[in-house]
Design a protein around this ligand. Structure first.
Ligand code: ATP
Ligand code: MG
Length: 442
């Protein structure tokens, strides 16, 4: 893609309405555009990043045996009346009437809908466990939408639901998602800590929030720093192995605001390991047993008896993650963003010095791009006639981690390669391809 033909509307300055760095950067680099309060369009640069995050989230759900479905965004109020939440949910729910005056709503979450799908389809305990997930738009009429796509009204979310025959099996399902989350965030190059959390309007008694440390986060957290060292690499998808992993995490006090108890914190965590800070909630998992299956009569036959299924739900804020990753990776003093290569909007930026009368560097860049294309590496070539320093500044904001700078000294198959934020090195085209493919895996 040539920069001149791309749809990347860069702003010269930080927009005044944006208070935190992710919101500033996303507007500044034209990743999103607000359409009304808390409702955004995703432009190519932002959408590419979100799609890549979505794909990583999807792959890790598939790996634990969850099956993907798609549900409607508009739901009937009837099922919410059955669970009792039509009254309880409050004003965050956008309620709509259709032309027949039927009560409808834009789904803020999907426990009722999935329970309805399950109860009409699965009859025997032999079909359990069932792990289902969907990735789609949800709407919550937040009182104070803010920080761009971090707390907005329409947002993109992965939500999964588990159905099991008893508490023990349900805990096994819960632990599978717990592991899937650790792996997902690792692939996104993030350290997200699982924190024991309150269950809120979803209800139930077991819950973890996954939180990324950031000063601008809205969640207060109290944690034992040793939790960062817990390693999940060799955990297998078996009960015992997963229980062990959970036990490792349980050793360290780590809670959100609602669960915080100062005495407990001081007693359980030696002073040198105490960390009180703020973070961004990027995922939230819950076990809630038969909270929905009982009122909605969702059961299976088990040895001649009717058993209400035991359920859990497991959310990841896919769109919020785009902002959260910027909060974690953007150095606003140096004005340098560095996307993890695995989710970078383009694999490589090619930045030639181009002047009106001299297109030689552009030609060298196009030659390199042909080679990259053969290896499925996608690139953005800046064919504009801006000064070199202006281009570098712009690309430091766009944040593609692999950059090739093409100047008058560039000759043959020898390029100046910059891994953003680091010293430049000389690489040939094969080495560039190798570097990019390698860092995509990490
Ligand atoms: P919060 O406490 O931030 O409002 P929540 O507990 O209401 O979150 P869940 O219902 O657990 O959130 O939703 C799962 C995930 O969806 C959250 O962890 C978060 O990443 C994301 N999410 C929730 N609300 C929003 C929102 N208004 N804008 C963007 N993402 C959101
Ligand atoms: Mg909320």
């Amino acid at each position: 893609m040539f920069f001149s033909k791309s749809f990347i509307p860069i702003l010269k300055n930080n927009p005044a309405e944006a208070k935190i760095k992710s919101h500033q950067l996303m507007l500044r680099t034209g990743m999103i555009k607000q359409s009304s309060a808390g409702i955004y369009s995703w432009l190519p640069l932002g959408f590419k990043v979100m799609k890549k995050i979505e794909q990583i989230v999807r792959e890790e759900q598939d790996k634990i045996g969850a099956q993907e479905i798609l549900m409607p965004t508009i739901q009937s109020a009837e099922i919410w009346k059955e669970s009792g939440r039509y009254k309880d949910y409050g004003e965050e729910m956008l309620r709509i009437k259709d032309r027949q005056s039927r009560d409808m709503l834009y789904g803020p979450t999907n426990e009722e809908l999935i329970t309805d799908i399950f109860r009409t389809s699965i009859k025997s305990y032999k079909s359990l466990p069932q792990l289902l997930y969907h990735i789609q738009w949800k709407f919550r009429d937040e009182l104070r939408p803010r920080f761009g796509i971090m707390r907005c009204r329409e947002f993109y979310m992965k939500d999964a639901y588990s159905f099991d025959i008893n508490d023990e099996e349900a805990l096994f399902s819960y632990n599978k998602f717990f592991l899937a989350y650790l792996k997902t965030f690792k692939r996104l190059n993030l350290s997200a800590i699982p924190m024991a959390a309150d269950t809120g309007p979803i209800g139930g008694n077991l819950s973890h929030e996954f939180i990324i440390l950031a000063d601008t986060g809205e969640s207060k957290i109290y944690t034992d720093k040793r939790i960062f060292k817990v390693n999940s690499d060799n955990t297998k998808l078996e009960k015992e192995s997963l229980n062990k992993l959970r036990d490792e995490f349980k050793k360290f006090y780590s809670v959100t605001d609602e669960k915080y108890d100062e005495n407990e914190f001081n007693n359980k965590v030696p002073e040198e390991f105490r960390l009180k800070t703020k973070g961004i909630e990027v995922g939230h998992i819950f076990y809630f047993g038969d909270k929905y299956s009982m009122p909605m009569n969702s059961s299976v036959d088990h040895q001649g008896k009717k058993e209400f299924v035991k359920m859990g739900s497991y959310g990841v804020g896919v769109s919020r993650l785009v902002g959260a990753i910027i909060e974690a990776k953007y150095n606003d003093k140096k004005e340098i963003m560095k996307w993890p290569q695995s989710i970078s909007p383009y694999d490589c930026a090619i930045i030639p010095l181009v002047t009106k009368g001299d297109k030689k560097n552009l030609e060298k860049s196009i030659n390199l791009s042909k080679k990259l294309k053969e290896y499925n590496i996608d690139y953005l070539i800046d064919d504009s006639e801006e000064s070199f320093s202006a281009k570098i500044k712009k690309f430091n904001l766009i944040g593609i981690p692999s950059q090739v700078v093409v100047g008058n000294k560039t000759e043959g198959d020898n390029f100046e390669f910059i891994n953003i934020g680091k010293e430049s090195i000389n690489l040939n085209s094969n080495q560039i391809i190798e570097f990019i493919n390698q860092s995509k895996k990490n």
